[in-house]
Every structure is written in structure tokens, then in C-alpha cells.
Write a protein that binds this ligand. Structure first.
Ligand SMILES: [Zn+2]
Length: 508
């Protein structure tokens, strides 16, 4: 085993000397990063802003010494020995002592020197790999393989499920790229950089039949998380938070730590995006405008009860120009990017249907109490089948009416009259079916008496002055959901009453 392979985790210390230009620091950073990458060392960066020689005026050196004392690293990498400081003899001694006590090596990049302060050894790297004294080699090897306290953790993946396209390698305890997913990840990054929004990327992935990390459809949030993730830079960030959520545990309370206290370990695993790409992604993210939410409340007695009859998603409310609440058109998008086009409309239509159906419902509940259930259910089933056949017949009739018009057999006037009549018949049949189904449900339910009371309570309250909230709660005690469909002037409303009376309670 090569000496450099025994080193796992290092710190990079960067500092420019007085009189040097700022570009020097950047040049050194590049060289040190290259050096670490060449040896496959995970590294944490400490970059000094000032040029002071005195340790106490160098905050990053103080931080580094604290962490080295903590035995966080196998070695510290500097450009040349002078970078640690040409300060007083006292300062130099202090540095040497901390390195010796923690058994941390100092490695200089410009001449490949490895300095071991415990033995005053100062030898070229080449010698370690070749003719180095056997005894010394063994001592250092033993020490390094024992691992450092925190160093044993640095560079290892301990953050749970690895982000796409990585997978966990239990042998190295690190992440590796799942090769078959790399091109998909690159597609995501490149599409975003070309200006494609997250949701469109998710549609594309679903169209490509790529399973999401959870094996389901991709969603914009998943795509966003992956594209923003810094893990893909080869980086692991430790110490973003500290303490515990648990109230039972004593000790530190949970808090998010400030950025300066994070430990960013680079070169932990192969990077799949460049730092330039990441910076561009972040600047694109900042440019995204946030749409402010309107202050006016949009609560309606039917809030949360209306479902789109086309895609079965909940429909919400929106205020029109007059300030009235309307059902918002359904714009739900399926995972392939197809948008539901069910139109919104005036919720008063539903309120009228509800008040009418509630009265009928009350009557039916009354009738059904004490009725012979089994025979009744069989009868209703038969009846529903008959009506469904009649529906099919009328649907056939309607298409023939259209054909006759298109073939020129009907004049426009005849066509309109015929169509109106047929559609009226069809509507009647549909409402008959829903009535029959409702009767069936009533019979099948457990406690018609209890539900009858609820329905009556709603009916009694309907004309009273109630707050929207109370109204909404009241309707929730009897209605499960309302299916809504609208195409131009054609509106279909289906009220589904609650079957389980225990689900909702009304607090007035
Ligand atoms: Zn819909």
C-alpha cells in the first residue's frame, strides 16, 4: 500500500502573503485541489482572507488548529511551509505542538514534503514510497490506519438514501455513480441550464419511462432537489444542524448552524456536475420570481368538497372580477404533462342541486327505514341495469341525429330540436341512475336513522345566517364530495352523500 493511500481526509489551508495579488489564492486553491484529487483525498478548505502573520489575527488558522487538535484530519495540505506563518517563534511552536499532539501530518504541495512533527521527520514524499526507514513507515502506517476521531466519518456517506444518480458502496462507505443513471442525470442538468423548467423536465422523464428514485412518477420537487443538490459536486456537508428534535433527550436544542460552521468536505466521491454548472444553476434559481399569494380568503361553503369529474382531483375557488367566488377551472396536469381542461363555473348551481337533493334524500331515508333491504337492493340493481341500457340507446340515437344532420337529411332546425329532446331524455336518465344509486347506498348503510337526523339538521340550518366556515362544516357532515364537470353550457353535478356518519361532526 502506498503511503498516500493511507491518508483519507485532509484539510487545505490557503493564505496569501503580504503583497501578493488576490489571484494567487485562487491559483493555489486550484493546485491544492488538483493535488487532493490526484491522491483521492477528501478535503475541507480553510481560506484565510487577511495576510497577517500572527496566528491570533488569522481566524481560519485558529479554526484549523481547533479542528486539528480535535483529530479531524490525517494531514493538512499547504502550498509551501511558509504559508503556515512566518510569525513569532511562539506561534511556530504552537502550530508544531498541536500537529504533534494530534499526530497530524503537514504536507507541502510545491515540493511534496511530508512533515511529521512527532519525530521531527521531514522527508520527501518519494522516500516514503520507496526507501523510507522501515520502522518509521510502520509507525505512521499504524497511526493512520487507526483513524482519526472525526476523520473516520469525514468523506463517508452517512446521510441516508443517496441522491440520484448515486448509490452507496458499503465496501468503501462512500458514494459511487450508478452508471446507467448518469446520462439521465446529465439530461436533467443540461435541460435546466437550457432553460427548461423543473415540471417540464419531470414530464420528459416520465415520457421517457424513467422511473423516479422511489420507482414512481417524477415530480417537479424531486427534480428541483436533485438539480440543486451539492452532493453532485463530489461534496458532503456535515454539521448543518446540531442538537436533537427530541424533547425527551437532554442536551443541545435543535438549531440550524450558520454557514461558517458547516464542514464542507470536497472530493468525497466522483462529481457529476461542475462547479461552473452549479453556480449557473444557483443564479438561475435566484432569478425566479415568487408570485405573492392574494390576501383575500377564498373560503366557500363548498370548499374542499368539489372534485373534478374528469381527473378526480379537488377543485378550488377563485375570485372573479366582481369579487365573487367561482370554481376554478381544473388545470391538473398528469405525470405526462397532459392538462385537464374541465371548466370551472358558478358554485350556486351546486348549492341548488344540493338543497333539492337533500329533500329527496330525506324522503328516501324515511322510506328506507325498516324496509326489506335485500329485496330492495336486488330490485334497485335490476332497475339501474335497465336505465343504463336506455342510456346506451339514447347515446346511439344522438350520434345518429348528428349523422343525419351532417348527411343533409335533417335541416338545422330539425337537428337542433331532435338533439335537444334526446339530450333532455339523456339527462333525465342520468339523474334517475344517480337517484337509484343513492337509494341503494342508503339501504346499504348502517344507520339510516342517524343520517336522517343529520340531513334534517342541515335542511333546518340552510336558511339561517351562518358563517361560511359553519356552512362548510355543516355540509361536511352529510356530503362526501361533489363531482363537477362543465363543457360550455353543459354542466354535470353529482352529489355524493356521506355513507359513514361517524366521519364528520358539526360544531355550531
Ligand atoms: Zn380535472
Amino acid at each position: 500500500m502506498k503511503f498516500s493511500d493511507m491518508i483519507k481526509n485532509v484539510a487545505i489551508y490557503l493564505r496569501k502573503s503580504r503583497g501578493e495579488e488576490a489571484t494567487v489564492l485562487e491559483k493555489h486553491r486550484r493546485e491544492l485541489v488538483e493535488f487532493c484529487k490526484k491522491h483521492e483525498w477528501a478535503y475541507v478548505e480553510y481560506a484565510e482572507v487577511g495576510t497577517s502573520d500572527s496566528i491570533d489575527e488569522r481566524p481560519q488558522m485558529l479554526r484549523l488548529l481547533r479542528d486539528v487538535k480535535n483529530e479531524d484530519y490525517d494531514a493538512v495540505i499547504v502550498m509551501d511551509y511558509d504559508r503556515t506563518g512566518r510569525g513569532s517563534a511562539g506561534d511556530r511552536e504552537r502550530i508544531q505542538e498541536v500537529f504533534a499532539m494530534s499526530q497530524t501530518l503537514l504536507i507541502t504541495c510545491d515540493d511534496n514534503r511530508v512533515i511529521d512533527f512527532t519525530n521531527d521527520i521531514d522527508l520527501a514524499m518519494a522516500e516514503f514510497q520507496g526507501l523510507f526507514a522501515r520502522q518509521e513507515y510502520r509507525t505512521i502506517k499504524k497511526r493512520l490506519s487507526r483513524g482519526k476521531r472525526l476523520g473516520a466519518k469525514l468523506g463517508f456517506w452517512t446521510n441516508g438514501i443517496p441522491p440520484f444518480p448515486y448509490q452507496y458502496n458499503p465496501e468503501t462507505k462512500k458514494l459511487k455513480v450508478r452508471e446507467e443513471n448518469l446520462s439521465i442525470y446529465r439530461f436533467m442538468i443540461e435541460s435546466y441550464l437550457k432553460g427548461m423548467p423543473f415540471h417540464k423536465i419531470s414530464w420528459e422523464l416520465n415520457r421517457m419511462k424513467v422511473p423516479s428514485p422511489k420507482g414512481l412518477f417524477w415530480q417537479d420537487n424531486t427534480v428541483r432537489r436533485i438539480i440543486y443538490d451539492e452532493t453532485h459536486l463530489g461534496r458532503i456537508i456535515y454539521g448543518k444542524t446540531e442538537g436533537s428534535y427530541s424533547k425527551k433527550k437532554k442536551g443541545k436544542k435543535f438549531r440550524n448552524k450558520p454557514y461558517e460552521e458547516w464542514i464542507i468536505v470536497e472530493n468525497c466521491h466522483p462529481a457529476v456536475k461542475t462547479i461552473e454548472e452549479h453556480e449557473k444553476i444557483m443564479s438561475l434559481a435566484k432569478r425566479k420570481k415568487k408570485i405573492p399569494k392574494t390576501g383575500t380568503s377564498s373560503v366557500h361553503p363548498l370548499s374542499g368538497l368539489i372534485k373534478c369529474a374528469v381527473c378526480e382531483h379537488r377543485m378550488s375557488f377563485v375570485r372573479d372580477n366582481n369579487g365573487d367566488l367561482r370554481i376554478r377551472s381544473c388545470r391538473h396536469t398528469d405525470p405526462y404533462g397532459n392538462i385537464c381542461r374541465n371548466q370551472g363555473g358558478d358554485p350556486d348551481v351546486i348549492m341548488q342541486v344540493i338543497s333539492k337533493e337533500l329533500k329527496e334524500y330525506e324522503q328516501k331515508l324515511l322510506c328506507n327505514i325498516n324496509s326489506n333491504n335485500d329485496r330492495e337492493i336486488a330490485y334497485l340493481e335490476e332497475k339501474i341495469l335497465q336505465v343504463q341500457k336506455a342510456v346506451k340507446k339514447i347515446q346511439g340515437k344522438i350520434s345518429r341525429i348528428y349523422e343525419s344532420y351532417e348527411d343533409g337529411i335533417y335541416t338545422k332546425e330539425v337537428f337542433l330540436r331532435q338533439r335537444e329532446k334526446a339530450e333532455k331524455d339523456l339527462g333525465a336518465l342520468h339523474s334517475e341512475i344517480s337517484n337509484l344509486k343513492m337509494q341503494q347506498k342508503n339501504i346499504e348503510s348502517m344507520d339510516p336513522q342517524e343520517r336522517l337526523e343529520r340531513v334534517r339538521r342541515v335542511l333546518n340550518h340552510l336558511d339561517e345566517e351562518l358563517s361560511t366556515q359553519q356552512y362548510n362544516q355543516l355540509l361536511n357532515t352529510v356530503i362526501d364530495n361533489v363531482l363537477w364537470k362543465r363543457e360550455g353550457n353543459q354542466i354535470e353535478v353529482e352529489i355524493n352523500f356521506l355513507q359513514d356518519t361517524n366521519e364528520a361532526t358539526f360544531h355550531s
